[in-house]
Write a protein that binds this ligand. Sequence first.
Ligand code: ME8
Length: 652
Amino acid sequence: MPSPFFFGADVFYVTTPIYYVNDEPHIGHAYTTVAADVLARYGRLLGKDVFLLTGTDEHGQKVAQAASNLNLSPQQQADTLVVRFQQLWAQLNISHNDFIRTTEARHKQVVQTVLTRLYERGEIYEAMYEGWYCLSDERFWTEKELTQGNCPDCGKRVEPLSEKNYFFRMGKYREALLDYITQHTDFIQPEHRRNEVLGFLQRPLGDLCISRPQSRLSWGVPLPFDNDYVTYVWLDALVNYISVPGYTVDDVRFERHWPAIHLVGKDILTTHAVYWPTILMALKLPLPKTIFAHGWWTLDGAKMSKSRGNVVHPNKIINAVGVDAFRYFLLREVPFGQDGNFSHDALTMRYNGDLANDLGNLVSRTISLIGQLRGGVIPKPYGVIDVSEREIVAIANTLCDNIRDDLSTFRFDRALAHIFKLVGRTNGYIEHTAPWALAKNSSQSERLDTVLFHMAEAIRCIAFYLRPFMPGTAEEIERQLGLPPSYSKAVVNDRPFWGGRLVGARVVKSGPLFPRLEKPAPPATMESSCPVPQGPMMASSPVDKPIVTIDDFKKLDLRVGLIVAAEKITGSKKLLKLSVDIGCERRQIVAGIGARYAPETLVGKQIILVANLEPVTIMGVLSQGMLLAAGGTEVLGVATFQEDMPAGTTIQ
Ligand code: ME8
């Protein structure tokens, strides 16, 4: 496992790819940028001098083509699209320190200096190129490299090409790069990507064409030594990582920040792990600390593309579930190096399960109980701390090391799982200690103080560790705990120190952090320019259903039922046939809980049965009643009892 070396340094420079302005930002762009933001925020928590860089890649064929399709100049195209990226980063709370556009003079100047240096050192030469060209990837290929006559990378059609160009002597660095990768296990991550690059470098490495004739493409940085050519977009783009921290312009600043940690998608591994290091070697600069190539998001199993109309637009998701739930979902759902599938069901499940149920309920019942039982003031703990407190304190105290390990190895999902373990255990602690029952017995007053204090302290720790991931949520929890806004800014440490600082704080009761989604989050694939509903989709409010009188309610015959047999109904994914014992008789019911429960896990479970519902036949199976379950179209859990109840007991 790679060592957590980069959090050891004082300065922490992290980058995202700079994104093409040929199209709107989508979930994939948001993914890399949110991940980089979490690392940057965590680095700041550790007191590091953090520099987070993102931006846009504005030159080259793709942007020129997109502009021409819209009858715009490339600059107009870039000026329009860059705003979409900047707006999205603001919406997503991205805490970048700079945003580079490759059309800015400060960047173009460094690109030209780099080219001049390489040219003067004999690292760039002129030659006639004869071969094949892939318009989509903007790359040259030799006949041998083609796959069935097409581009070996994207599979698209290639065109024959014969022209004079300039080449960077990339091939001569093959062995040096192989040695470097072999000796530095942290350099390319995850390991399977490192092996991929090592495999790639076993074959001969050609030189890299770094020019495009103006006659074919004029949208680029002119070569300083031949005005008839512009710079290949990838060389131009990669240089952003050194132009921004001041290469050749501000040596002190540059040496302070460089080298960086690059987060990229697996699609641009070769350009980052082969082209870029060889260019840096030729410039005699240190190589990046790490290049981490994460996996690829698909939608419902299919590749996202504009032509298929299935691109997931972040603003749709943000409008449905909020910024922090989206940030949470992206990093919790899929381990960072692996491919992931986006589905609205998965988003809804995470939202309702982890956020609304577990975290949201924990915070709301903690704040409510302190409000109800202690007039809103967080009490001082007393007396003997028992084993249940010790367990949550122990989990909270190990979180610091866990999260440090997880984040220094890019395991965002694991870091979140560690935090949510504390959420789960604290919920269990509340159930176990039952503060509402302690409140009924005046001799338990000190014990109640201790329990309420530990609940509050646990959510303070949870908020603390959630900060890099869900900054808005962390602040809101701290606000509800009555901590002053200056509190979060003052701490520079990754350990919140379990202790007494909350005692005497006055909690602030507020609405739910994550109102439950009743329906799955809406499709996020429509054009993002469509009007979007504002605010989270809440569970239906009482006004959605008519008021019923107590007499109407009393008409329901609710009974404790014991499931004695369960099986799937052929032809249905969701429906199960259950045999339920209600004391005097057995009922057969059809329940739509098959997506949530395997039949064998239900036998022996106690349920609440509506026993006087008119029988119906569903998919040819008679159903004599209905069980109660939480959730809407998606079932989250069946209603059950904590203690064993005799089957058939009435419920009122
Ligand atoms: O390649 N899943 O820009 P780009 C995960 N300008 N990540 C995705 C994704 C998906 N489906 N789609 C995009 C370029 N990404 C160059 C980079 S850097 C010097 C120049 C993310 O707009 C992922 O980070 O095509 C990927 O590498 C990047 O967007 C590609 O963005």
